[in-house]
Design a protein. Structure first.
Length: 337
C-alpha cells in the first residue's frame, strides 16, 4: 500500500505534462496558420499592386509607341462590289518620327464586316511589317455594301478602353468602297417628300421633284427597277412600319419589288438674296431604306446641301438635284440582296 501513492502522483504528473504539451502544440499551430494567412494576404496585396502598376506601365508604354510611331497608308484598292474581292491589297508603312522604317512592327487593321440596323460592325486583322516597315492587308471578300474606311493603328497590348480610345485617335484611314450587288431590274419604290418654306408638305401636281430626281439618279446608276411611290403621310411621320404597310398594300402581292427608299427634304433656312442678286438656299434631307419582306431598316442618313443661282426657282431645283445625288450615292453603297 505504501507504493500506490507515488505511482498515482507520477501518473498525474504525466497527464499534466501531456495536456500542457498539447496546448503548446495547438498554440504553435495556430500561430503558424495565422502567419501563413498574413503572408498570403501580403502576397495578394503585392500581386494586386504589381498588376495595377503593370497596367499603368502598359498604358504609358503604348502612349509612347503612339507618339514615336508613324503609320501611313501607301495605297488603297479601287472600289468593288459585294461578293467580289478587292483588286489589290492595302499597303501600309510604319516609321518612326525621323522617317526610319519600323521592322517587325505590329499593326491592327479594323475593317467593315457586317451591318445591324444600318450600323456597321467592324472586324480586326493583325499585320506585321517587314524590314522596310511595310505591310499588306488583303481584305476578305466583302459581304455588305459600304462607303466607309479601314482603320490602321499600332497594335494595342490589350483591349483596355483607354488604350482603344488612344488607338482610335491615332488611327489612319484607307477608303473602303463596296457597291451594291442588286440586279439592274430589282424593284425599288421611291417616296421622298418635299416641304415648303413654312414647313408644310408640298402636295399636288409635280409635288415630288426630289423623288423624281432620286429615281432618275438610280436609273443612271444602273438600278432601272426604281419607281416613284407616294407614302407621304407615313414618310412625314418617319415611321418605317407604316411605310412598309403602305408598300405592301400598293404592291398587293407583287414580289418584284424588294425595297422602299424614303426621305424628307426640308428648308434648313429661308431663301436669301445677296447684294449681287444671287439667291441661295440650304436644304436638309434625311434618307431611309428598308427591305419590304422583313421590314429591316438598312440605312438612316442625313444630308445637307447649299445652292446659289441668279434664279430663285432654279436655285431650289439645283439644291433638290444635289440632294438626290447624295441620296443615290448613299443607296448604292448600302442596299444589298
Amino acid at each position: 500500500m505504501k507504493k500506490v501513492l507515488p505511482i498515482l502522483l507520477a501518473s498525474c504528473a504525466l497527464i499534466f505534462i501531456s495536456c500542457e504539451s498539447t496546448k503548446q502544440a495547438a498554440a504553435g499551430q495556430d500561430s503558424e496558420q495565422a502567419a501563413e494567412r498574413a503572408d498570403s494576404t501580403e502576397k495578394e496585396t503585392k500581386k494586386e499592386a504589381s498588376s495595377s502598376v503593370a497596367s499603368f506601365s502598359s498604358k504609358s508604354q503604348y502612349k509612347k509607341i503612339l507618339q514615336d510611331a508613324k503609320i501611313a497608308v501607301v495605297s488603297s484598292p479601287k472600289e468593288t462590289s459585294i461578293g467580289k474581292v478587292f483588286s489589290s491589297p492595302y499597303k501600309i508603312q510604319a516609321t518612326n518620327q525621323a522617317g526610319e522604317p519600323l521592322a517587325s512592327f505590329k499593326i491592327t487593321a479594323e475593317y467593315p464586316e457586317s451591318k445591324n440596323n444600318g450600323n456597321l460592325n467592324f472586324a480586326k486583322a493583325e499585320l506585321v511589317t517587314d524590314e522596310k516597315g511595310l505591310a499588306e492587308f488583303s481584305a476578305p471578300t466583302p459581304k455588305i455594301a459600304a462607303n466607309a474606311s479601314v482603320h490602321f493603328y499600332p497594335a494595342a497590348p490589350s483591349s483596355d478602353p483607354d488604350m482603344m480610345r488612344m488607338a482610335s485617335q491615332a488611327a489612319v484611314e484607307g477608303q473602303w468602297k463596296v457597291r451594291t450587288n442588286l440586279g439592274s431590274h430589282t424593284g425599288i419604290l421611291v417616296s421622298v417628300v418635299d416641304y415648303r418654306q413654312n414647313g408644310n408638305i408640298n402636295i399636288g401636281n409635280g409635288s415630288q421633284p426630289s423623288a423624281q430626281a432620286l429615281t432618275s439618279n438610280l436609273w443612271r446608276s444602273g438600278l432601272m427597277g426604281a419607281q416613284n411611290a407616294d407614302f407621304h403621310n407615313s414618310v412625314d411621320a418617319d415611321d418605317p412600319v407604316r411605310i412598309r404597310n403602305d408598300a405592301l398594300k400598293q404592291l398587293n402581292g407583287n414580289s418584284l419589288f424588294k425595297f422602299v427608299v424614303y426621305g424628307r427634304v426640308k428648308y434648313a433656312s429661308e431663301i436669301t438674296k445677296d447684294a449681287d442678286g444671287y439667291y441661295s438656299v440650304t436644304l436638309s434631307g434625311d434618307l431611309g431604306a428598308l427591305k419590304i419582306d422583313s421590314g429591316e431598316v438598312l440605312v438612316k442618313a442625313s444630308k445637307t446641301v447649299t445652292a446659289k443661282d441668279k434664279s430663285e426657282w432654279k436655285v431650289i431645283g439645283d439644291a433638290q438635284q444635289e440632294m438626290a445625288k447624295l441620296f443615290c450615292e448613299e443607296l448604292i453603297y448600302t442596299l444589298y440582296n
